[in-house]
Design a protein around this ligand. Sequence first.
Ligand code: ZN
Length: 109
Amino acid sequence: MSFDPRDPYDAAALYDMWLNCSRCPTTFDFEPGGDINLDYYHRIGQQARQDKWAVLPARSKGDELVFNVLCPACALRLGVAGCDGRMELAAPVIDQICQAMREASGEAA
Ligand SMILES: [Zn+2]
């Protein structure tokens, strides 16, 4: 498994650089270590999924990409625990960031 731009967990980790609960001050505390590349964000995203964080599929407001990120406690409280949304298409901005990171790390696109 590698970074999947259509996986909201991977996409949110990449786009937000970090996962913070949008309803309370909880921060997802996980440092995968190693090089900062797409795999790094993939590991953050998948760890958040395992830890039962909720990442609701992105909605674009104009050019702005918004992820609704909830810590496990808030996800449970709001009844969205276990929501495992998958975006139908990678948001263009995520594709662009992926592309830039692949180029920066010398990977073939
Ligand atoms: Zn929370």
